[in-house]
Design a protein around this ligand. Structure first.
Ligand SMILES: [Zn+2]
Length: 323
């Protein structure tokens, strides 16, 4: 969705923008790189807002051009967890169960909305528990078709704001790796505030600007994910934005994805150092092997305990103003 912060549009389908969060344009470039995930020669600039300290992409693809950066083979849109091999299914479900457990600590049952649900893996995990009515929204038509036809879920092709759910429809709203992809985070957070019931929780997993990977890998850090990541949030900024909407942070932990994040950053770095030849393939295979993963378990345990994993999950609870 376009917003009022666009300051210039170019013929190539890109636009300049001010920071949507504070409306200011003063910024400095903190990462400059190509699309390391899908390839291409265009260079993107992740900037830090000098006013509110958010990080944002400018120039960025316009919403109509952005679709080409989300092809059907984009990893979150590929086959769901139930179609995986036994071992992969076990590992992925372990992560999904961890996501559910964080919710269960605050809300035991009710109405749950997963924003950007992709093929519906998390929703499917929730439906295995009793007492939940779940709905998902997702902008990828192919992912929605899969979630409906292969997993049997109630999923809509929509953004959060276009879905127009009635006020206070949900007890839980989840955004797993989604908020950083939206053009208008403040508008989206306003809608979260409108849709949750008092006492309900908003669970948001997002790239961790305090992660060790950001400092180790610099511009190769997977959290930048240019040009698909449009905004990145420092801890204090996201807390302030939610407090302005009558939410209180009740938890902030590195819950999952630290290994995947570091693996991706490492792969990008190896490709930069060794190119795309045999040497690069050998090092990548070693770094991403199952043995390396097992050996690195203690490292990630420590990193996660220090809340310095590549991603972080924050839980915000909507306050009851009538108490
Ligand atoms: Zn700002």
């Amino acid at each position: 969705m376009a917003n009022n912060f666009t300051t210039a549009k170019y013929d190539n389908g890109f636009e300049e923008t001010a920071c949507e969060i504070c409306g200011q344009s003063s910024r400095k470039v903190v990462a400059k790189r190509t699309d390391l995930l899908l390839g291409g020669q265009d260079i993107y600039f992740m900037c830090e807002c000098q006013e509110c300290e958010s990080l944002y992409l400018t120039p960025r693809p316009t919403p109509s051009r952005m679709a080409e950066f989300y092809p059907d083979e984009y990893q979150p849109y590929t086959v769901g967890v139930h179609a995986e091999s036994f071992l992969n299914r076990y590992v992925r479900r372990y992560g999904l169960k961890k996501r559910y457990k964080i919710i269960e600590k605050y809300v035991k049952q009710g109405d749950l909305l997963d924003v950007g649900c992709a093929t519906g893996d998390f929703l499917a995990e929730v439906t295995l528990q009793s007492g939940w009515q779940v709905v998902g929204i997702e902008t990828s038509v192919s992912a929605v078709r899969y979630a409906r036809e292969q997993v049997g879920l109630n999923v809509l092709v929509s953004t959060l704001n276009q879905a127009s759910f009635p006020k206070e429809s949900f007890d839980v709203i989840t955004m797993w790796d989604v908020l950083e992809h939206v053009y208008d985070p403040c508008v989206v957070l306003d809608e979260v505030g409108r849709l949750l019931r008092p006492g309900g929780i908003f669970v948001v997993n997002h790239p961790n600007l305090d992660s060790i990977d950001r400092y180790l890998f610099g511009r190769f850090w997977a959290g930048f994910e240019l040009p698909r990541h449009l905004y990145l949030f420092p801890t204090k900024l996201l807390n302030d934005l939610m407090e302005q909407r009558n939410f209180r942070q009740v938890e902030r932990n590195c819950l999952y994805g630290s290994h995947a994040g570091t693996s991706t950053s490492l792969r990008f770095y190896i490709q930069y150092v060794f190119g795309s030849g045999v040497l690069s393939k050998i090092f990548t295979r070693i770094a991403l092997s199952k043995v390396a993963r097992i050996l690195s378990v203690p490292y990630f345990k420590v990193i996660d305990a220090l809340k310095m994993g590549s991603n972080v999950t924050a839980v915000f609870q909507k306050q009851n103003l009538n108490l």
